[in-house]
Write a protein that binds this ligand. Sequence first.
Ligand SMILES: Cc1cc2nc3c(=O)[nH]c(=O)nc-3n(C[C@H](O)[C@H](O)[C@H](O)COP(=O)(O)OP(=O)(O)OC[C@H]3O[C@@H](n4cnc5c(N)ncnc54)[C@H](O)[C@@H]3O)c2cc1C
Length: 531
Amino acid sequence: MLREGSLFTQWALWAPDSDGALHRTGVKSWNRYDSRYTNITLTQARIGEIMAEYIREKCADMEIRRATIVEGLSVRDGEEYPVEVRTRNVRRTINGETTEAQASNGIRVDDDEDLLKTSIDTRTIHAKYVVACDGAHSWTRRQLDIAMVGDDTDVIWGVMDVLPDTDFPSTRALNSVLGAGFGLLLVPRERGLIRVYTTLAMTIQQRLKPYRFSYKTCEWWAAYQIGQRISTANIDSSGRVFLAGDAVHTHSPQAGQGINVGIQDVWNVMWRLNLVVKQSAKPDIPQTYSEERLKVAQDLVNFDRQFAAMASGQPTPQGLFGRQSWSIQHFFHRIGVMVAGLHVHSESSVLTCTSKEDLEVAQKALSSGKVPPGMVVGMRLKPATIYRHEDALKVEFTGHEAFQSDDRFRILLFVGNLRTADNMERLQHVASKLSVLLSRYVSKVFDIVILHTANPTDLGLSKPVARAQETLGSNTRIFFDGQLVDGKLVSSGAAYKTYHVDAEAGKLVLLRPDQYIAYVGELTNVETVER
Ligand SMILES: Cc1cc2nc3c(=O)[nH]c(=O)nc-3n(C[C@H](O)[C@H](O)[C@H](O)COP(=O)(O)OP(=O)(O)OC[C@H]3O[C@@H](n4cnc5c(N)ncnc54)[C@H](O)[C@@H]3O)c2cc1C
């Protein structure tokens, strides 16, 4: 995705003057918002293909079946595979060649209607769980009798992907053009394309005056009505069928959040189901998906009501954030934290140990487009650069080099400066306590990570470090919070500072498999981790 996508770093704001000529009124640079990555755009079709390629390459026992319609769903309590799903594969033969028909959203393509009636390639699947991502008109949601709550506005937008022919000077930035009662958004895309979003009231050429705007090719276009809807539930009453993506939340596309949040939904439910299916977690754990993701969906829909109104040049609805309206800068920062996947879960649960006060502080910061400092329980861990203890390999602490997506909970031990005898002794004490905990559980559930601040060169081939590794198992990984200065590795404490950890006191942190922080406490408080 990084190789193929179009990177953009600036947001330019434009407005017409009293003569109708366009002027740039400001330029903002996107911060990294505590993400290792910056914004890229890439067509949804390629994102889907890249994921499918990955599945084909890595998951030999998984099959992607195209043009397969789900048309029956029932749940029988008490069975090992309680969900029964009936599917029909839709194929047609033209001139002796078999092709797959397109199963459209809601299966309403006229061409396919006869085929749907006659096709007999059916299957019955018995499953432990089903995750339905069948879009805004979700068939599954209707079967479960789950309502969508919300409304449509009377604002119609047009959207097109074009190869531009223009003298508009800032095509590789994200451009917002705002006037009374209209909005226009130009989003840089891969292969030199631009996506143009516009309210349907004037032509794009009129809005971009004095600049010229036309296109060489138009790859895709559509028109849509803006609305915001959210489902009243995302799990059925049996706890076996889950809804994700547009089946749960729909909103305007301008903030670019639909696929992003949909993918996060699916990730959030899948690691839970995987642990349950592998019998490493209790069957009630997946229920925590409901509250966590409905809250994110509600935040998104609330935000979008304001953002969509602002982007259309309309007055923003009152009171959604307790204020009448927000400046465009506010939206800029809010989108920044959302794009970086910074959300906070609402309350303590079986997976998260936090206080209401801490969550409120974090939520307030995020709602005003700021990243809360330090570590917030219920939010994902921020990135930091650290070094591997044994060979000084530079590592992104929360990136996939250090923390693979392998469904393990991570226990992070911030043990401070290991040059002092007290800290070495403390490490050994924690290691002994943890080894007792590890012996009680399937070893593959936990990953133990130690982050210290003593320069490994000064530390020498320290026996206590090796002893801690021996106590906790050879897979225990040890890192050093340092930096390279003139080719020499020195102690920096930068990661400790990022996470607000006092090197003297140390800290113990429990991360969930999705890198959200479940617990932060005293270094020796292994009991709470277990609980
Ligand atoms: C103009 C526009 C621009 C957008 N831009 C962005 C953006 O920049 N960034 C972003 O993150 N999001 C964007 N979005 C939103 C994004 O497209 C959606 O949020 C996303 O596609 C939702 O994914 P989904 O898998 O939940 O649903 P869908 O993509 O709708 O997929 C649902 C699938 O289920 C299938 N299906 C339905 N019923 C059945 C059935 N009974 N049996 C079998 N299959 C069935 C459908 O055929 C479809 O393939 C945009 C949307 C629009 C309209």
